[in-house]
Design a protein around this ligand. Structure first.
Ligand code: CO
Length: 134
């Protein structure tokens, strides 16, 4: 069902510093920061030839990545995002298989303006999974 790896997300305590690491030290093309209030994060995308890296910094008091950064103060890999053709069908298939969809189970609009869902890490080898309709 899943298609391409859309991005690997890295939670970071300082987005400007993290973007500078990828831009200045690793020589990658990085986007301008974009605030995603609904998701409680500010993002920068690093464009690579075959995928993207999503750098995410907490936004607001109740950011869902705040607890992760308390456990990983230097930052760390937060989730993997795979593309799917139909987010509704993918979500239904996950629920039917007994996999937990986070939140209210309904797709929300992700960083690319496309519908996304998140899947519980305990059901996926300890990795938080994002599915994005391509
Ligand atoms: Co993501």
């Amino acid at each position: 069902m899943i298609g391409r790896l859309n991005h690997v997300a890295i939670a970071v305590p300082d987005l400007a510093a993290a973007a500078a690491v990828y831009r200045d030290r690793l020589g990658a093309s990085v986007s301008q920061p974009a605030a995603l209030a609904d998701h409680g994060v500010t993002t920068v995308f690093v464009q690579l030839a075959n995928t993207q890296i999503e750098l995410i910094e907490p936004l607001g008091e109740t950011s869902p990545i705040a607890a992760f950064l308390e456990r990983h103060p230097e930052g760390g890999i937060h989730h993997l995002c795979y593309e799917v053709d139909d987010i509704g069908a993918a979500s239904a298939a996950m629920v039917a298989a007994g996999s937990r969809v986070l939140g209210d189970g309904k797709p929300s609009i992700g960083a690319h303006g496309k519908p996304v869902i998140f899947l519980h890490p305990k059901d996926f080898l300890g990795s938080l999974i994002e599915l994005e309709e391509a």
